[in-house]
Write a protein that binds this ligand. Sequence first.
Ligand SMILES: Nc1ncnc2c1ncn2[C@@H]1O[C@H](COP(=O)(O)OP(=O)(O)OP(=O)(O)O)[C@@H](O)[C@H]1O
Ligand code: SF4
Ligand SMILES: [Mg+2]
Length: 335
Amino acid sequence: MIAVKQLSKTFTAKKKGGSGSSAQTVRAVDALDLTWEKDEFIAVVGESGCGKSTLGRILAGLIPPSQGSIELDNVPMSQVLSQRGRPWSRVVQLIPQDPYAAINPVRKIRSLFRDPLLYHHRVAKSQVDLRIEELLAMVGLDPKNVLDKYPHQLSGGQRQRVVVARAMTVDPGYLVADEAVSMVDVSLRIGIMDHLKKISTERQLGLLFITHDFRVARYIAQNGTIAVMYLGRVVEQGPSEEILGHPMHPYTQALLSAVPILEGREERVNDVVPLRYEVSAHGERGCAFASRCPFADQTCRETSPPLTIVQAPDHSVACHYAESRSVVIDRSQIS
Ligand SMILES: Nc1ncnc2c1ncn2[C@@H]1O[C@H](COP(=O)(O)OP(=O)(O)OP(=O)(O)O)[C@@H](O)[C@H]1O
Ligand code: SF4
Ligand SMILES: [Mg+2]
């Protein structure tokens, strides 16, 4: 299990103004807690800029957190190599949104696979070609059609599949897929998601799929977990059918009410109202969502609500009034 505790990441960027430049601090991930079981599928959903990719990159060990910890089966990330004998890159692999960013454009597909297989001693030299073919076949590619091509000679869907297969060269325990199908033609998305789910199920991998689309989240996390992120925090988390059927956080409710496919709600609850659209720079105190929440009161503005289990066994919400604001959605209408 991977346990993320009080994880924060701030970026400082230079901001140019009329009288020179000043530094602006962005809190991309903010005291975030998350547990991720070995074979669990988690869909992380949230609007642009809420910190999803930053979380994914930290989980994959590509950038360090500013604060907080990440543990693998109670071993801190920094000690996994010495205690478990595997580098973090073999624990978590990231599949980025843009396949071009993940693969070297001047190398043929065959050589993109050879190096990680040999470097990590995943297979004997004589078996490398066979293993590459297995990996490509695993994601539905015909090896002889792609092995001797450069990335630019492949279609977008083929490139994304290559990236998925390449992540598997190091035999990771967990996969983070960051908007992994958003740059692929709509008609090809289901196929790639199905391959990701199949590979993860067969190999008992944890899959954390980042998306801004609830329909994608539901497809990925059918028997898994949905975590809703807002301004660097998880504000609601639980079994996917529970989140989609009984959203309790006003933000989740508003996002779901904006999904056209969810129009057939059993109850048209007045509470599911449009958000107030201004995102404030969230201060230290109070609920981060207060500036957009139609139900915010003085308590909300003064005290930050912790992520708390409100529905046993594992539906957690970060809202002072979660229990009084449950909504029932007709699940048969969600497709
Ligand atoms: N390297 C960086 N330097 C400065 N700010 C950054 C950096 N990376 C991310 N940010 C900022 O951190 C915040 C979260 O960014 P992030 O990319 O994690 O969001 P996201 O949820 O993945 O958004 P999207 O859905 O658009 O991909 C944003 O305000 C972004 O501008
Ligand atoms: S704590 Fe208050 S402001 Fe925050 S989501 Fe709940 S009702 Fe809205
Ligand atoms: Mg992103």
